[in-house]
Ligand binder design. Structure first.
Ligand SMILES: [Zn+2]
Ligand SMILES: [Zn+2]
Length: 173
């Protein structure tokens, strides 16, 4: 998922990529996600001089474990992100300060040898967009705290409230 900057004309360009997340296994955020599909990306790049501002819209299917019932399930995850890519070769400290001021809200990344690789931007955006507490169903009933029965599959004979009655009573006192 690379863009060769020197060959690109100034202005706006749209790229479509499809790639295997395995290629970016070294991206730390990527290892947090259990990908079950390729990643599809639409990248819009604006070239200004040797700088490239790239926004990405990415989506992929990811496997999760339900936070309530612990069953595995898959979910499509979509994410957008933007970053300004600056050539590392021409980068000096004075310039870096200018960028920091100009782009407080936007991320600045450095690229080498004329090649911008969008893998990190895309994988990290997906990791951020993934649910913190994934649920297999919005109203997943979870597992019974007494007997461990998956309550989505079947009811159990435990009396509801038995486990949670005491802490509530304490709050009411
Ligand atoms: Zn569940
Ligand atoms: Zn039970």
């Amino acid at each position: 998922m690379q863009i060769s900057v020197p060959r690109l004309r100034p202005g706006r360009h749209v790229f479509r990529f499809q790639f295997s997340p395995d290629e970016y296994i070294e991206v730390e955020a990527g290892s947090a996600l259990d990908f079950r599909s390729d990643v599809q990306v639409v990248a819009t790049a604006h070239k200004m001089g040797m700088q490239l501002f790239v926004t990405t819209e990415a989506q992929a299917t990811v496997a999760f474990e339900c936070a309530r019932c612990l069953e595995p399930f898959v979910l499509p995850v979509a994410a957008t992100a933007g970053a300004l890519y600056v050539p590392e070769e021409t980068f000096d400290r004075a310039e870096s300060r200018t960028h920091a001021i100009e782009s407080e809200s936007e991320r600045v990344m450095y690229y080498r040898q004329g090649v911008v690789d969008l893998g990190e931007q895309v994988i990290e955006s997906l990791a951020l967009a993934a649910p913190q507490k994934p649920l297999c169903l919005e109203d997943c009933r979870g597992i019974c705290p007494s007997c461990g029965q998956n309550l989505n599959e079947d009811a159990c004979d435990c009396r509801p409230g038995e486990e949670f009655g005491r802490p509530f009573r304490r709050l009411l006192e």
